[in-house]
Ligand binder design. Structure first.
Ligand code: SAH
Length: 243
């Protein structure tokens, strides 16, 4: 079995979307991974096919119904795959979790719309909530494509050997060093001479220092000395250093 993503959504026409272009699309054509969608509305039971209703306790917007979501979720063969609800309240997606998901059998992803989903569905089906960042999207579809793209590029055979993912941002715990290519002179800006020296050790040393400097300047929370046990979340008193 290849790596398989099942997406529960009100907008199946949004898929494969971005997942059909370039290396990710080619990998699907080659059968390295696959995708199917479940139209949540097909699991609504009343004659108007309602999937949402007004929030208990009042307030703006609509909430996706637990019974409809449960029917949609239960129609899917989980096959050992984690069930993830893309949600701004979820645990922030990190490369380490992406790597875990990529080495497993695949994922089942629920894309929310409106104000979100009835909490009882999340509790009853043991759903993991995952956020792609501290901002609010209009729906979970773009977030689902983001998560899938991050996973699929790590599946063996998807990236060519020349596009190895090992030296990238986060993989070493640091942000990546700056990259340069031709021309040698761009508007008077030169490529750092060490990169043209042919001295592999000097190049590696320069890159390591650049990666450290950039990480220290932009994301000090990623540095080993600032990392807490839970991962790379900054200690609250370190937050100010980010500015
Ligand atoms: N009222 C909710 C936001 C709902 S946004 C709240 O304040 O938490 C509608 C849907 O978009 C969500 O159900 C979720 O599936 C998706 N979404 C929005 N922002 C997201 C994010 N940062 N990460 C992942 N999914 C997100």
């Amino acid at each position: 079995m290849n790596w398989h993503a099942t997406i529960l959504t009100l907008f199946p026409e949004a898929f494969p979307g971005m997942l059909d272009v370039s290396i990710i699309g080619r990998a699907r054509a080659e059968g390295l991974w696959s995708l199917d969608t479940v139209q949540i509305r097909d699991h609504a039971h009343n004659k108007h096919r309602n999937v949402d209703d007004t929030p208990a306790g009042g307030g703006p917007g609509m909430v996706m119904r637990a019974d409809v979501l449960a029917a949609a979720a239960d129609s899917v063969d989980r096959a050992g795959r984690p069930f993830i609800y893309l949600s701004p309240r979820g645990k922030s997606l990190k490369q380490a979790r992406v790597r875990e998901l990529a080495t497993g059998p695949g994922v089942i992803l629920l894309c929310g719309r409106f104000e979100g989903v009835d909490q009882r569905f999340l509790d009853a089906r043991d759903v993991e909530e995952v956020s792609i960042g501290d901002f609010v999207l209009a729906g979970g579809e773009v977030a689902a494509q983001t998560l899938i793209e991050a996973c699929v590029r790590l599946i063996p055979g998807v990236l060519g050997a020349s596009q190895s993912s090992e030296e990238e941002s986060f993989e070493s715990g640091l942000l990546e060093y700056p990259q340069y290519t031709r021309p040698r002179d761009f508007e008077g800006r030169e490529i750092p001479p060490v990169l043209l020296s042919g001295d592999h050790e000097a190049v590696a040393g320069w890159r390591r220092k650049q990666a450290l400097d950039i990480t220290r300047a932009r994301r000090p929370d990623l540095l080993p000395e600032n990392r807490n046990e839970a991962g790379s979340n900054p200690a609250p008193d370190k937050k100010e250093d980010d500015q």
